[in-house]
Design a protein around this ligand. Structure first.
Ligand code: GDP
Ligand code: IMO
Ligand code: MG
Length: 425
């Protein structure tokens, strides 16, 4: 009986989808516990590339249940489109389940998201505009509609009342273009299209599975620095992306949590606004973006790039209780003469490895350690010992500073591009 967690330790896009897809055969169930279609999890299988927004990344594996948990916010339009794409690719979707308590994203939530961003002027969050913030606001404001409401006779009435409330609220924001009639029509069509998905009482579903000795992997979305409580507020998303979010997002008790696998890129990226202490605005950042194809999987926006940040990672490792690290995109550093890691910050003349209260207004100077690059293609290397010594040293330095074992090293988008360490193959 085990519920392991896999989540991002930076600002998202660490490669969660790839690793969950790889690990899924070891589990009976993969469960998303927070976020919504703001997520874009890429899985590359041979020549095919899939981007998942709501569906867990275990969907490509046989005999693995894939649960959309109660903590997720669901846009029927995106979900129906995602299902169609996967079905067209020949995938069997029989193992998909959805929680009755997952909240619904209405078209007006997306409209409100756009209007709210428009009202912020230069302080824009850089939201994906998928309606995430307004939907979680309605959840905590006790106004929301849930998957379980769809099959009730009052559904249409509740929908109409909520949409009307949203329209009133829109009057306080600047006007933004939104074809509501069209989006509403698509939404109701999508509601019909997703009705076949088995709706489960996910708390019982998950706990019964654990009782029956099944293994579950909770798949995080976004990254810990985008957490509503612990991230770079207000430049965050609207859910708890950290490991404690698993308890709320699936209905499991904290003592059920086993391994917490934290994922970090070998460098760092962020999409959207907000502080990013190690950001590189010049040639090196551009090189990382180009080599790493750092463009958002959901919005296509260029991702901001910088070096890996040790104080930032120490912080998210602490909050999540990370027991095992996965470093992805090591191959992107192959062509660099030197690689850097941010070891410490200097804030107000004081050296520190702690993040300040407000990363937005603190002037953070970063002290870097520079290490030799390896200038070697890593394709085909299967063991840690096969890696060039400079790459081994870089990883061992990370491990030494972060005090958590690096058990997975990813060096390409394909399933085979993964080195396992300390764990059985
Ligand atoms: P997620 O949101 O955390 O699942 O990550 P994304 O899918 O948004 O972004 C990660 C991108 O990096 C995707 O395009 C992956 O196919 C790709 N990727 C994942 N791991 C590696 C790796 O080790 N090397 C390379 N080159 N690409 C990778
Ligand atoms: P995955 O799961 C990277 C960012 C947005 C914006 C902020 C708030 O693929 O790692 P929101 O739409 O939630 O209101 O946006 O959070 N963001 C992500 N950045 N990866 C993601 O998901 C993200 N989901 C949201 O760019 O800055
Ligand atoms: Mg992503």
């Amino acid at each position: 009986m085990a519920l392991d967690v896999l989540l991002g330790l930076q600002w998202g896009d660490e490669g969660k989808g790839k690793i969950v897809d790889y690990l899924a055969p070891d589990y009976n169930m993969i469960a998303r516990f927070q976020g919504g279609p703001n997520a874009g999890h890429t899985i590359v299988i041979g020549e095919d590339k899939f981007v998942l927004h709501t569906i867990p990344s275990g969907i490509f594996r046989e005999n693995v249940d894939n649960l959309i948990g109660n903590g997720v916010v669901v846009d029927p339009i995106t979900l129906a489109k995602e299902i169609k794409g996967l079905k067209d690719a020949g995938l069997n979707m029989a193992n998909l389940k959805i929680s009755s308590k997952a909240h619904l994203i209405l078209p007006t939530h997306r409209w409100l998201d756009a209007a709210s961003e428009a009202s912020k002027g230069k302080q824009k969050i850089g939201s994906t505009l998928k309606g995430i913030g307004p939907t979680y606001m309605d959840k905590t404001g006790r106004n929301g509609l849930r998957i379980g409401d769809i099959s009730t006779p009052q559904f249409k009435e509740k929908y109409t009342a909520l949409a009307a409330k949203h329209k009133q609220l829109l009057s306080i924001y600047p006007a933004v273009e939104f074809n509501h009639a069209e989006e509403e029509e698509k939404w109701f069509e999508a509601i019909e299209a997703i009705k076949w998905i088995p709706v489960v009482d996910s708390m019982y579903y998950v706990n019964d599975a654990l009782k029956a000795g099944k293994n579950i992997l909770a798949e995080g979305a976004q990254g810990s620095m985008l957490d509503i409580d612990f991230g770079t507020y207000p430049y965050v998303t609207s859910s708890n992306t950290v490991s404690s979010g698993v308890c709320n997002g699936l209905g499991v008790a904290p003592q059920q949590i086993g391994k917490v696998i934290g994922i970090t890129k070998a460098y760092c990226t962020r999409v959207g606004s907000g502080p990013f202490p190690t950001e590189l605005n010049g040639e090196v950042g551009e090189k990382l973006r180009t080599l790493g194809s750092e463009f958002g999987a959901t919005t296509g926006r260029p991702r901001r790039c910088g070096w890996i940040d040790i104080p930032q990672l120490k912080y998210t490792i602490m909050i999540n209780g990370v027991t095992s690290l996965c470093v992805t995109k090591l191959d992107i550093l192959n062509e660099f003469d030197e690689v850097r890691l941010a070891k410490e910050y200097t804030i107000d003349g004081e050296k520190t490895d702690k993040l300040p209260f407000d990363m937005n207004s603190s002037k953070i100077y970063v002290d870097f350690e520079t290490m030799h690059g390896w200038k070697t293609d890593l394709e085909g290397l299967e063991n840690f010992e096969d890696l060039p010594s400079a790459a081994q040293e870089f990883l061992m330095e990370l491990e030494r500073l972060l005090e958590v074992p690096i058990d997975f090293i990813s060096k390409g988008p394909q399933r085979r591009n993964l080195i396992l360490r300390n764990v059985m193959a």
